[in-house]
Design a protein around this ligand. Structure first.
Ligand code: ADP
Length: 469
């Protein structure tokens, strides 16, 4: 099959969250048997870092703007970058007043590039709101051209909270045909257009799919999604087990097998000691290390943490927080960092530190209010770090609560999004940690959990096949 992905981010080029990981991992896995191309904007960071490997394929104009196409091949996947210095040559991928025009332009440029390059395409797999207008533009403009007529579109929603909502007037500069498909609440809504016009919709876990039909999780699009429920599937994300492998990970202090052995336990402890020393935290013998690696935003449970952390930090534990985001929460974390000598807050994005934390920690805390899938808890399992999660979305689909009697479960979870429930889960983890047999059973179960890309890739392939037939 000829499959084309369109996304706003993908590792190894640019990453702000789990979307980047999954685009790369899925592309790489599919590329073993199919032709995979990925379209991305040529952000400044990519241009600078990969400059000498980019091949210029040509240029044209769309919406009165320059569209350059640069190409690079990595692990059998062909990456096409849409170049426009004015729109993408900036410090960050998102967060600008003209994001609506930037990604509307990107969407049109991608569709035009498929024709310009004469690419054959069976499935156009779109990711998140940035690409939501593509099925609409395809339907209203490109379908007249026979080269586009057999293309099937899939939109994967990685987070329904981000919809790309802009002033309706944007439709003039994007030269969109007047239509209700992209209108919601009298605004231009990219994601709504994608849900309405793509052949199929997926999201990143079965539980989150069902949650999105409710007013609580549907972010006001629940009825639109319900109207398409026959063509809407939840496919659980996985991670690249070659990339996330504690045995070969070059970024951690001491490598270890992803299974429970004496050597693994010792390596994890040595990693913990090295990390704590590096961060200037005291190593407390036989005391657990808790970590969070996250965007700092309400979604990730920070309202509960604001209540729970101060008293939890008075316990004999260490806690390292790595994240960046909303000042409302991060100001408080800075305050805790000054107040408690067992708490370290790294305010920023740091992939090297993230890997060290996965390798060193005993527990990963992830009390998300909602979580479409979540990759941090899956990476944590792979590194033998026990997730403590709120039972929602993909966290519910990946973390089975520990059962002391049956010795089942790969993590600790709480239902009911309340501070006292999180406090209970944190204290319960301390109790289990003190009892070696429980801690080791949990570790065995964590290491034997399988969220590699194979199952996920198979499900997407089945869907592609269903659409093509
Ligand atoms: P989301 O996509 O909602 O941000 P996920 O759990 O699905 O959350 O994916 C987050 C990914 O980004 C994980 O790979 C995690 O390790 C990484 N990550 C998040 N915050 C940081 C950070 N501050 N520094 C480094 N990596 C981070």
């Amino acid at each position: 099959m000829d499959i084309i992905f369109v996304a706003s981010e993908s590792t190894p080029f640019i990453k702000t969250g789990g979307l980047a990981d999954i685009v790369q991992a899925l592309g790489k896995n599919l590329a073993q048997n199919h032709h995979i191309s990925v379209f991305l904007p040529l952000y400044r960071k990519i241009k600078y870092k990969w400059y000498d490997q980019l091949e210029h394929l040509g240029h044209f104009f769309t919406l009165h703007q320059y569209v350059g196409i640069e190409k690079l091949t990595d692990e059998n996947v062909t990456y096409y970058f849409i170049d426009n210095e004015l729109l993408f040559g900036r410090e960050h991928p998102y967060g600008y007043a003209d994001d609506g025009f930037r990604f509307g332009f990107f969407s049109r440029a991608v569709l035009d590039s498929i024709g310009f390059l004469n690419l054959s395409c069976d499935v156009l797999h779109l990711h998140d709101w940035h690409t939501g207008l593509i099925p609409f533009i395809l339907k209203t403009y490109h379908m007249r051209d026979p080269r586009y007529q057999s293309i099937k579109t899939i939109l994967t929603i990685h987070n329904l909270q981000f919809q790309g909502i802009f002033n309706l007037k944007l439709r003039y500069s994007l030269e969109l045909l007047e239509h209700q498909d992209y209108v919601f609440d009298n605004c231009l809504n990219f994601l709504k257009a994608g849900i309405q016009c793509s052949h199929y919709i997926t999201t990143v876990s079965p539980t989150y799919r069902n949650e999105t039909f409710t007013a609580q999780f549907g972010c006001r699009l629940e009825n639109i999604l319900a109207s398409r429920q026959e063509q809407y599937l939840g496919i659980l994300n996985g991670i690249d087990y070659q990339l996330f492998n504690p045995m070969t990970d070059q970024t951690i202090h001491i490598n270890y097998q992803p299974k429970l052995t004496k050597e693994t336990l010792k390596a994890k402890l040595d990693n913990k000691k090295a990390l704590l020393k590096e961060l200037g935290l005291k190593h407390l013998n036989k005391k657990p290390l808790y970590v969070m690696i996250t965007r700092i935003t309400g979604q990730k449970g920070f309202d509960l943490l604001n209540t729970v952390l101060p008293s939890f930090l008075s316990e004999p534990i260490n806690f390292v927080m790595l994240g960046s985001g909303e000042a409302y929460f991060s100001d408080f974390l800075h305050h805790l960092h000054r107040q408690y000598d067992n708490f370290f807050f790294y305010d920023g994005y740091n992939e090297l530190l993230a890997q060290k934390l996965y390798a060193s920690a005993d527990f990963l805390v992830m009390p998300s209010a909602f979580e479409p899938c979540g990759l941090a808890q899956i990476i944590a399992l792979r590194y033998g770090t026990i997730p403590i999660v709120h039972e929602t979305g993909g966290l519910k689909d990946t973390i089975i609560p520990y059962n002391e009697y049956e010795k089942t479960g790969n993590g600790i979870s709480f239902s009911g999004y309340y501070a006292e429930n999180l406090a209970w889960a944190l204290h319960y983890s301390q109790t289990l940690f003190k009892q070696q047999t429980h801690q080791q059973t949990l570790l065995t179960n964590a290491f034997s959990s399988d969220f590699s890309m194979e199952t996920c890739t198979k499900k997407y392939l089945e869907l592609y096949q269903l659409l093509i037939d």
